[in-house]
Design a protein around this ligand. Structure first.
Ligand SMILES: NC(=O)c1ccc[n+]([C@@H]2O[C@H](COP(=O)([O-])OP(=O)(O)OC[C@H]3O[C@@H](n4cnc5c(N)ncnc54)[C@H](O)[C@@H]3O)[C@@H](O)[C@H]2O)c1
Length: 248
């Protein structure tokens, strides 16, 4: 019996890379999963079904409210409830890192629309369904770059910093409804979508207390903790999972 038997989880940005690993891990604990991504998430959903789990996918731009409402409705239509929201969708891999004074206003607006407003809209869309059951888990995906002050993508840093404050405020607003709101701040994760040049990987490894490369599976223990009853009395937390790099 998994820890998330009977639960329904929405994973935004779950079509590929780390989000797909989150979706798989939730399903392995018994959750029925909705993969919500601007990309086609059907192959990630099929992969879960191939291992005996239940999953559906829905194409959603998290920066659009009509899309996020449709996302929540898809979950309700498919599975009848929403217990867990993982706010993982973000503009990340497509960012070309450059000094802040070279970032265009348009790029700033798009990154913050997806990475900040998207989290607000997704939480707003699922909230009535969580409130109706007097319970829920919202997990926002921030980044350890916030604590490290990593240079050359200020719009991204601004967006992931916002999630730390939003997590705290939402935790206070939603506690009375039985909803926990926490965040995970991963370090630099190496996966098939992000191959890190050898010298950068080596310098990150040497900065960590636990000196090895970080992979998506390093994050699933923290996610399952924050998505399950194990964390019922934990809220407003940003949990850094980076092998002991920034030691926040
Ligand atoms: N990879 C890392 O080193 C790292 C480190 C810290 C935090 N993170 C965070 O982890 C998460 C996953 O990162 P990843 O490495 O898998 O990168 P990724 O770019 O593959 O993941 C982002 C996902 O969000 C989706 N997405 C983008 N815009 C969207 C939109 N408007 N609506 C819906 N979906 C949208 C993408 O299609 C993709 O599936 C992101 O929030 C990222 O900021 C990653």
């Amino acid at each position: 019996m998994g820890r998330l038997e009977d639960k329904v989880a929405i994973v935004t940005g779950g079509a590929r890379n780390i989000g797909a690993v989150y979706a798989k891990a939730l399903a392995a604990e018994g959750a029925r999963v909705v993969i919500a991504d601007v990309l086609d998430g059907s192959s990630a959903a099929r992969a879960i079904e191939g291992t005996g789990g239940q999953a559906v996918s829905v194409e959603v731009d998290v920066s659009r409210e009509d899309d996020t409402l449709r996302m929540a409705q898809t979950a309700m239509d498919a599975f009848g409830r929403i217990d867990i929201l993982v706010n993982n969708a973000a503009i990340y891999l497509s960012i070309n890192r450059r000094p802040f004074y070279e970032i265009s206003e348009e790029e700033w607006d798009r990154v913050t629309a997806v990475n900040i407003k998207g989290v607000f809209l997704c939480a707003k869309a699922v909230f009535p369904h969580m409130r109706d059951r007097n319970g829920g888990k919202i997990v926002n995906i921030s980044s350890n770059t916030v604590m490290a002050g990593t240079p050359n993508f200020l719009h991204y840093i601004a967006s992931k910093s916002a999630l730390v404050g939003m997590t705290r405020s939402m935790a206070r607003e939603l506690g009375a409804h039985g909803i926990n709101v926490n965040a995970i701040a991963p370090g630099l994760v190496e996966h098939e979508g992000q191959t890190v040049p050898g010298e950068i990987s080596a310098s990150r490894v040497s900065a960590r207390s636990i000196q090895r490369r970080q992979v998506p599976e390093d994050l699933t223990g923290a996610l399952l903790y924050l998505a399950s009853p194990d964390s019922d009395f934990v809220t407003g937390l940003t949990l850094v999972v980076d092998g002991g790099n920034v030691l926040h």
